[in-house]
Design a protein around this ligand. Structure first.
Ligand SMILES: [Ca+2]
Length: 464
C-alpha cells in the first residue's frame, strides 16, 4: 500500500516494458473495436456466472482473451460514463457530470466540448478510419455529434432509447412492460442527418451489427477504430424476431443473447478477413443494471447495488479483452477502468497525445500483452460531482452511500470500509479494525479533490 514501493515498482515496470507498445505499433498499428453495452450488469453473462443467459460468443471471447474481474467505469450513469471512456478523463474534468441533472436529455443544450480529445481524435492522428455506431449521449446538437469528435461516420440514436416518450404512451412504467417503438420517439441518425423516427428498436441491435461488419470489410487495408455502443439492454427492451423467446431468462435474456450474437458476428468477421491477429476487441458496459425496472433490469451478480449508485454493482462491469496471438489469455484480477482505454489505445497505435493533456487513465497494455501488471491501484467513485468512495488495492472507503434511485444520501464519518477481495458484496464494514487504512484512503480522496480542476458544467443547461 505504501507509495515509495509502488513508485519503485512502476519505474522497474516502465524499464521492462519500454519500447514494447511502440515497437508493436511500428510493425502494424492494431485495429481497435470497443463494444460498449448500456446498463449491462456484472452478473449478466454466462462467463460471469449467469445461470440462465446463454452467451457462447462472449464465453469464447473470454476463453481466448482476458476476463477482467475488477474493471470499473468512471460514473454509474450513461453520459458521464461515456465521456470518460472516450476521453480518459474523469467526468468532473470535462464538465460532463452534474449533481442537478445526472445525464443529458433531448432538451439539453450542452455536450462534450469539441476541444476534448477522444480515442477517435487520437487514433485519427495515427491514420485510423473511425466509426461510431450506436448510442452517443454526449450531446445531440450538431456541434456535439460524433462527427465533430474524430469519427468519420456515425449511425445511431444520439441519446437513451427511453427518451422522447410520447404523451399517448401507457402511463408510468407500464410503457416498459410491453414496449412498442412508437412509445419512444427517438431519432436514428446517419452522420448528422435524421433517417428514421421513431427508430425501429426491434432491429436496432441487428442494424448496428451489420454496420460494424460493413465497416470492417470496407477498411481491411488500413487501421480502423470502431466504437460500437449498443442502446440495449437499457429499457425499453427490444429484440429482432430471431431472438424472440430464445432465453430461459425471458425478454432481458433474449436481448443479451442478441448482443452475444452481435459479438460473434464482429469476431467472426475479423477471423474471416484475417484481421483477428491485428485487432484488439474490448467488451464492457457503461454502468450497472437498472434494478428499479424489476425483471427488465439486469443483475450485478454478487455485487451490491446497481445503476446510479457508487456501490460496486453500479460501477464494476463484466469486461473482456480479445486479441488472438497478442493478449495473454486468462483472468485479470487487478484493477482496470474505462478511463484506461484512451491511453492504452494511443500507446498501442503509437498515437501522440498533447503534452498538456491531463488524463485519469493508465496505459494497461503491459497487462494485456503479458509484460506486467495493471498500473492502476486506485479508483475514485463519483456520483455527479461528488467523490462518494475511493478504492485502493483491496480496500474501498465510502464517505457517502446512496442507492441509485429513490433514496437519500447517507454520510459516513468515519467512512465505511470494505475489503473487496474478502467481501465483494460490500456487506461487512471493517472500518473500526483498520483506522490506519481509513486514514490513508481519506487522505487519498482529499488530495484528489484538492487537486481537481473541474471543467465547465455541460449537463444543466436547457435549450430555449
Ligand atoms: Ca447506461
Amino acid at each position: 500500500m505504501s507509495l515509495p514501493y509502488r513508485s519503485i515498482a512502476m519505474l522497474v515496470l516502465a524499464a521492462l516494458t519500454i519500447g514494447t507498445p511502440a515497437a508493436a505499433a511500428q510493425a502494424a498499428p492494431p485495429n481497435v473495436v470497443i463494444i460498449f453495452c448500456d446498463d449491462l450488469g456484472y452478473g449478466d453473462l454466462a462467463c460471469f456466472g449467469h445461470p440462465t443467459i446463454a452467451t457462447p460468443h462472449l464465453d469464447r471471447m473470454a476463453a481466448e482473451g482476458q476476463k477482467w474481474t475488477n474493471f470499473y467505469v468512471a460514473a454509474p450513469v450513461c453520459t458521464p460514463s461515456r465521456a470518460a471512456i472516450l476521453t480518459g478523463r474523469l467526468p468532473i474534468r470535462t464538465g460532463m457530470c452534474s449533481d442537478k441533472r445526472r445525464v443529458l436529455f433531448p432538451d439539453s443544450a450542452g455536450g462534450l466540448q469539441p476541444e476534448e480529445i477522444t480515442i477517435a481524435d487520437a487514433l485519427k492522428t495515427a491514420g485510423y478510419a473511425t466509426a461510431c455506431i450506436g448510442k452517443w449521449h454526449l450531446g445531440h446538437l450538431p456541434q456535439y455529434l460524433p462527427t465533430k469528435q474524430g469519427f468519420d461516420t456515425y449511425l445511431g440514436i444520439p441519446y437513451s432509447n427511453d427518451m422522447d416518450r410520447v404523451a399517448e404512451s401507457p402511463k408510468g412504467r407500464a410503457a416498459f412492460w410491453d414496449p412498442k417503438p412508437e412509445y419512444f420517439n427517438v431519432p436514428l441518425l446517419r452522420d448528422k442527418k435524421e433517417i428514421e423516427r421513431p427508430a425501429n428498436q426491434y432491429t436496432i441491435t441487428r442494424r448496428y451489427t451489420e454496420e460494424a461488419v460493413r465497416f470492417i470489410k470496407a477498411n481491411q487495408e488500413k487501421p480502423f477504430f470502431i466504437y460500437l455502443a449498443h442502446n440495449l439492454p437499457h429499457v425499453p427492451l427490444f429484440t429482432s424476431k430471431e431472438f424472440n423467446n430464445v432465453s430461459l431468462r425471458g425478454l432481458y435474456g433474449d436481448v443479451i443473447q442478441e448482443i452475444d450474437w452481435s459479438v460473434g458476428q464482429v469476431l467472426n468477421t475479423l477471423r474471416d478477413t484475417g484481421l483477428a491477429e491485428n485487432t484488439l476487441v474490448a467488451f464492457t458496459s457503461d454502468n450497472g443494471p437498472w434494478l428499479i425496472f424489476d425483471q427488465h433490469g439486469g443483475s450485478a451478480g454478487l455485487l451490491r447495488g446497481g445503476k446510479g449508485s457508487t456501490w460496486d454493482g453500479g460501477m464494476r462491469e463484466p469486461t473482456l479483452f480479445w486479441w488472438p496471438g497478442k493478449i495473454q489469455p486468462g483472468i485479470v484480477r487487478g484493477i482496470g477502468s474505462t478511463l484506461d482505454m484512451l491511453p492504452t489505445c494511443a500507446s498501442l497505435a503509437g498515437a501522440k497525445l498533447p503534452k498538456d493533456l491531463v488524463l485519469d487513465g493508465y496505459d494497461i497494455s503491459p497487462d494485456l500483452l503479458g509484460t506486467g501488471p495493471s498500473p492502476r491501484e486506485e479508483m475514485f467513485f463519483y456520483r455527479g460531482e461528488q467523490v462518494f468512495a475511493v478504492r485502493k488495492g483491496p480496500y474501498k472507503a465510502h464517505f457517502t452511500t446512496q442507492a441509485g434511485y429513490r433514496d437519500k444520501p447517507q454520510k459516513h464519518d468515519p467512512p465505511a470500509l470494505y475489503n473487496l477481495e474478502h467481501d465483494p458484496s460490500e456487506k461487512y464494514d471493517i472500518a473500526k479494525d483498520h483506522p490506519d487504512i481509513v486514514a490513508e484512503l481519506t487522505k487519498l480522496a482529499e488530495a484528489h479533490k484538492n487537486a481537481m480542476v473541474p471543467g465547465k458544467p455541460q449537463l444543466e443547461h436547457r435549450i430555449k
